[in-house]
Design a protein around this ligand. Structure first.
Ligand code: GLA
Length: 455
C-alpha cells in the first residue's frame, strides 16, 4: 500500500464501542479508586435541513451519528458529583460539584457578571450538573432522581467538541441515561435488559425535554431540542423527520439513498461557543419578527404545505407592519433576514419530508433534490441567518466544485461542521481538495445510527 493520502488520514473514527467502554471502565478505577456501575453512550447528530427553526416549531431532518459521548458512572448517596473528562482540551483535573446546589443561569447571573459566568473554565460541567437538576424535577416519578443522589462520572467522546455535531447534547443524554439507570425508580426496579424496554419512546421524549431544560435553564443556551431529541430517539439506518411543534416524529428509511452516495461531515476545527452571545442574538432577532407578526411560533405563519409563495406573502405582511412596529432596538433589515431564513428553511424541510416519503422517485432524483436543498439551506445560513463563517463557505464552494451533490453548514453556526452529500465516486477527490484548505479540517462519516443506550 502506498503512503496515506492527506485526506485519508483526516477521517475521525467512531471507534469500537466495546473497547472504549473497557478503556473508560479501567480509567474510572484509576481515577476514583472504585468500580463504575456501567457505561452509557449517546450519539451526536447531523441535520439535513431545519437549522435555527426548532425553537420556532419548524421541521428538522436529523439523524444520529455513530460518533458520540461515553459516560462511565457510579452512584453516590451524599449528593456530590465528581466529574472528569478525558477530552484533553477541556480537562483540568477532577471537578467536584454539590448536586443540591445547582442553580439556573438566570439566578447565577444575579450574582455574577455575564463575562464571569461565561469565562468559567468548568462551564462544560453544567451540561452534566444541569441534567441532575432537571431530573430532580421531571414529572414522571419513574424517571425522577432523589435529592442526595450524586455520582462519580468519567467522560470520553469521539465527537469534536463544539464541532456543530451536538457534543453537548450527547453529554447530556448519556448523563441522563446513567442517572435513570442508577438513581431513578425505573432503573433501580429494572435490570439492564428490561430497562432498555421500559425506556419507551414517550419516556425518551421526556428525558429529551429534561436535557433541553438543563441546557436552556442551567447552561443558559437558548437552544430548541433538536439535538437531544435526535440523540435519544433516533433509529439505525433512518433519519427522523421531527415536527418541533410537539416533537412528534416519523422515522424515515434513507439507506436507499446511501446506495451510491455518501454523507459526511467536515469538521472545520473551529469550535463554536453555543452559550456565547451570537446564537442568542440571532434567535432574539427572529423572535422580534415573530412578535411583529403576532405569532406564537413562526411555523404558525405558514400553511401545512408551505411554498416560497407563502413565504413572500408573510414577508409582505411583515413589511406592512414594519413601518410602525417596535423592533426592540434590533436592526429592522436584519430581523427581516432572520425571518426569511426561518420561513424558507421551513419550506425546504416540509418539501423534503414529502419527498422522502416517496421512495418511488429513485435514488438519483432524490439525491439531486436533497443536494440542491442542502446548498440552498447553506446560502440561507450565510446570507439570511448570517451564522456562517469564511472557512465553512470555502468548504461548501470547494466541495460543490469537486462534484458534491450538496453541502451546507449544520448546527448553530459560528464554527462547527459542514455536511456534504456526494456520489461515492467523487468522495476521494472532494476530501483531498478540502484537506488542503486548512490543517484543522477533519472528516466524519455520517452513518445513521441508533439512539442513546447502555453498553
Ligand atoms: C444548536 C441547538 C439546536 C438548534 C441548532 C440550530 O445545535 O442546540 O437546538 O437550534 O443549533 O438548528
Amino acid at each position: 500500500m502506498g503512503p496515506m493520502s492527506i485526506s485519508s488520514s483526516r477521517w475521525v473514527s467512531a471507534g469500537d464501542p466495546a473497547s472504549i467502554a473497557t478503556m473508560l471502565t479501567d480509567q474510572f478505577r484509576v481515577e476514583y479508586g472504585r468500580d463504575s456501575h456501567g457505561v452509557w453512550f449517546a450519539p451526536g447528530r447531523a441535520n439535513l435541513n431545519g437549522e435555527h427553526i426548532d425553537f420556532h416549531g419548524g421541521r428538522c431532518l436529523p439523524m444520529a451519528l455513530a460518533h458520540g459521548t461515553y459516560v462511565a458512572a457510579a452512584p453516590r448517596t451524599d449528593g456530590v458529583l465528581r466529574l472528569r473528562t478525558l477530552e484533553s482540551s477541556l480537562d483540568s483535573g477532577p471537578v467536584e460539584i454539590d448536586a443540591d446546589a445547582v442553580t439556573p443561569a438566570a439566578d447565577r447571573q444575579q450574582h455574577l457578571s455575564r463575562a464571569e459566568d461565561h469565562d468559567d473554565a468548568h462551564s462544560w460541567t453544567r451540561y452534566v450538573s444541569g441534567v441532575f437538576w432537571a431530573l430532580r424535577q421531571i414529572e414522571d416519578p419513574q424517571l425522577r432522581i432523589a435529592a442526595g443522589f450524586g455520582a462519580d462520572i468519567l467522560i470520553s467522546s469521539t465527537l469534536p467538541i463544539g464541532g456543530g455535531l451536538s457534543s453537548s447534547a450527547a453529554l447530556e443524554c448519556a448523563t441522563a441515561l446513567a442517572c435513570v439507570a442508577l438513581g431513578a425508580p425505573l432503573g433501580t426496579d429494572h435490570p439492564e435488559e428490561e430497562l432498555t424496554r421500559a425506556l419507551t419512546d414517550a419516556r425518551r421524549a421526556a428525558l429529551a425535554a429534561a436535557c433541553m431544560r438543563a441546557e436552556v435553564e442551567v447552561v443558559g443556551a437558548g437552544t430548541g431540542g433538536l439535538d437531544q431529541t435526535t440523540s435519544l430517539r433516533s433509529a439505525e439506518g433512518k433519519l427522523i423527520s421531527l415536527d418541533c411543534r410537539d416533537f412528534t416524529l416519523t422515522r424515515v428509511n434513507i439507506s436507499f439513498l446511501l446506495r451510491g452516495y455518501r454523507l459526511f461531515a467536515v469538521d472545520t476545527g473551529q469550535p463554536h461557543q453555543l452559550a456565547a452571545a451570537a446564537f442568542g442574538s440571532r434567535r432574539a432577532d427572529s423572535e422580534v419578527a415573530m412578535r411583529i407578526l403576532s405569532a406564537d411560533r413562526l411555523r404558525d405563519t405558514l400553511p401545512a404545505r408551505p411554498t416560497l409563495n407563502d413565504v413572500d406573502l408573510v414577508l409582505a405582511r411583515f413589511d406592512e407592519l414594519a413601518g410602525t412596529a417596535d423592533f426592540a432596538g434590533r436592526e429592522p433589515l436584519a430581523v427581516r433576514r432572520r425571518l426569511r431564513h426561518a420561513l424558507t428553511e421551513m419550506v425546504r424541510s416540509e418539501r423534503l419530508h414529502r419527498h422522502f416519503a416517496d421512495e418511488a422517485r429513485g435514488v438519483d432524483h432524490t439525491a439531486a433534490d436533497l443536494g440542491e436543498t442542502m446548498t440552498a439551506g447553506h446560502n440561507s445560513m450565510r446570507e439570511d441567518a448570517e451564522v456562517s463563517f469564511p472557512l465553512a463557505d470555502r468548504i461548501v464552494d470547494a466541495a460543490l466544485r469537486r462534484g458534491a451533490t450538496g453541502a451546507r453548514l449544520i448546527g448553530g453556526g459560528f464554527g462547527g461542521s459542514v455536511l456534504v452529500l456526494a456520489p461515492e465516486a467523487s468522495v476521494e477527490q472532494i476530501t483531498t481538495t478540502l484537506a488542503h484548505l486548512d490543517a484543522g479540517i477533519r472528516f466524519i462519516e455520517v452513518v445513521p445510527s441508533g439512539p442513546a443506550h447502555a453498553l
